[in-house]
Ligand binder design. Sequence first.
Ligand code: NAD
Ligand code: ZN
Length: 358
Amino acid sequence: MANDNLTAVLHGIEDLRLEQRPIPEIGDHDVLLKMDSVGICGSDVHYLVHGRIGDFVLNKPMIIGHEASGVVAKLGKDVKHLAVGDRVACEPGVPCRYCDHCKGGKYNLCPDMVFCATPPYDGNLTRYYKHAADFCYKLPDHVTMEEGALLEPLAVGVHACRRAGVGLGSKVLVLGAGPIGLVTLLTAQAMGADQIMITDLVQNRLDVAKELGATHTLLMDKDDNVEEIAKQIHQIMGVEPDKTIDCCGAESTTRLSIFATRSGGCVVIVGMGSPEPKIPLINALAREVDIRGVFRYCNDYPAALALVATGKVNVKRLITHHFDITETSKAFETARYGHGGAIKVMIHVQPKDTNNKK
Ligand code: NAD
Ligand code: ZN
């Protein structure tokens, strides 16, 4: 068992294998983590199905997984803020720390970012994984390992709401009730939004959004006329949203996000779809609607952890399925086809609850 490093390796399209890998050697500023929980993200499924996302192409086998938590098994000699046995959430992208973007505090834009399970870099669905210690966040005892893993998508929601400038009294429209739309909803609530309306194509996801506190939901159809839908949204909300956050990645929702947003408001695009969508740019500029992008997150893990630790946000409802690492292919099938109303599928690298204190 001591040398067991069962690892989920993506060899190519539709070729995900479980195999033994050597336990990594760590550097002075690293920790060795005994991994606990790893959530499956849409991008993991995308690499399995298409072997690429945009310019990131899988050219050699890659360990999959990046929404993760683990327990510190070994410390590099210069690591001061962690101890063996600490339960940590693992922020999966480690930037260069030297470039202008890093120095300016926008490390998510670092061109030399090493990001788990983004080719050519390995992810962390493995029993033992090495990570930069300063990108590991110690979890308080009452935060579960699953919640630690979910800090990753939650950090996207935090970043999106910060980019949108959500605050007290905001009227927020969230497009898409997948994991990212739902964490955006939860964050907007915690940041003091007054109304949060959410749309999706799937009723069951909207039901979860409602349960999580969305003030309004709207079931849409792919072929809906988005200018009409925008009017419908204004009617339902009773106001025009001042922030719209697109968490779908469809051309139609990007268009809708502009039409629906109040003049002088802000559109934030999180969903990644077609590289050059047709959008009503002149409509946006003539009404001074700002359009902002989101690329992952940056300095958002601490806030995400605080939201969970203080109970302001409950991410647990997003987890619909649990699998052991030995059942990885079944876990991916569940996530891929949305079997059983799957929202977030969690893979347990150690038996569930091994490291949870309650
Ligand atoms: P998901 O596919 O689970 O969720 C998308 C949701 O949008 C689904 O529930 C779907 O039914 C809904 N949807 C699709 N088309 C729609 C339409 N026309 N109208 C209304 N709803 C529609 O994906 P997710 O994991 O929640 O991620 C959402 C998007 O965010 C993806 O495109 C993903 O690539 C992107 N993402 C971007 C970043 C970033 O850094 N910018 C980070 C994480 C995820
Ligand atoms: Zn950098």
